[in-house]
Design a protein around this ligand. Structure first.
Ligand code: GAZ
Length: 259
């Protein structure tokens, strides 16, 4: 599997392998998002640049994290992660189908640079959390997981709930402790805390996603900067915590510890 380090879509696959106790089954190759893709990689993908991609023994290439997950689930069927019961699997799939708009709302909020739009984007995200809470209350167990364990839906969402640490840091946003969000809050807490989902830390997310908070996604360079906050070196541990005030401050490479 070719992947970008800290990419939440790749983390889904890492969590699935950890749950299946198959960590060695896939060879992971890291691609630097801050550099152009090499030709040999573009040949494999047919020109597309998004990662992760999974290359099989015969050279066949599979794209899209949800498709790769289903492939791994079916190929290594001895320890299934998806529900066995068709109705329960449908419930799981409804929850997964709702993940994209929620993820989009969170990233739109982070990427926004206009203070005047902040409240609108926060409200939009909160509507997704309220809907998530309602869904879990209506279809799920009493908690914390959708069913009785950390399963397929949890591994699809967990990497993004961990990325959303960036909203807490750069937007001061957390899901409010109100009854209409209670079931979602319990679920989110269980998702991010699971021992097989600990591939990233809060500190790493906050430091690497600084450029997203300033409006530049996917390793793009911001004006006046030589290095992306996604750069491999210097490593994130050695860098200082970035300024929280994304609307008022634009930190330099030096201030971010990137030189
Ligand atoms: N749908 C694909 C999947 O595998 O599920 C998405 C994969 C993907 O976007 N990969 C990104 C990539 O390789 C890195 S992670 N980008 C480099 C390139 O050249 O395309 C991106 C978003 C987003 C939320 C998160 C991310 C992200 O929108 O984390 O939009 C592009 C990218 C809400």
């Amino acid at each position: 599997m070719y992947q970008i380090p800290i990419c939440p879509f790749s983390q889904r696959v890492l969590i699935m392998l950890a749950l299946k106790e198959l960590a060695g089954a896939i060879d992971f190759q890291t691609v630097d998002i801050t550099k152009p893709r090499p030709d040999w990689l573009l040949e494999k993908t047919g020109g597309s640049t998004a990662m992760p991609i999974l290359e099989l023994e015969g050279g066949e290439v599979i794209k899209e994290s949800l498709v790769i997950l289903r492939y791994v689930e079916e190929r290594y069927a001895a320890r299934p992660i998806a529900r066995a019961d068709p109705y329960e699997r449908a419930v799981e799939n409804m929850l997964i189908a709702a993940s994209e708009p929620l993820i989009m709302a969170g990233y739109t909020f982070l990427l926004n640079q206009e203070r005047a739009r902040r409240a609108t984007l926060e409200q939009a995200l909160l509507r997704h959390y309220a809907a998530l809470s309602e869904f879990l209350t209506r279809y799920g167990s009493r908690g914390p997981y959708l069913f009785d364990r950390f399963g397929y839906a949890e591994l699809v969402y967990a990497p993004f709930f961990q990325r959303f640490y960036f909203l807490e840091y750069y937007e001061g946003f957390t899901v409010p402790a109100e009854p209409r969000f209670a079931r979602a809050r319990a679920w989110i807490e269980a998702c991010v805390a699971h021992p097989r989902a600990q591939q990233v830390s809060r500190e790493e997310v906050v430091k690497l996603y600084y450029d997203y908070a300033k409006g530049a996604g996917n390793g793009a360079l911001l004006p006046g900067r030589q290095r992306s906050s996604f750069a491999f070196s210097p490593g994130w541990r050695a860098r200082p915590w970035p300024p929280r005030d994304k609307y008022g401050v634009s930190a330099s490479d030096e201030q971010l510890g990137l030189l």
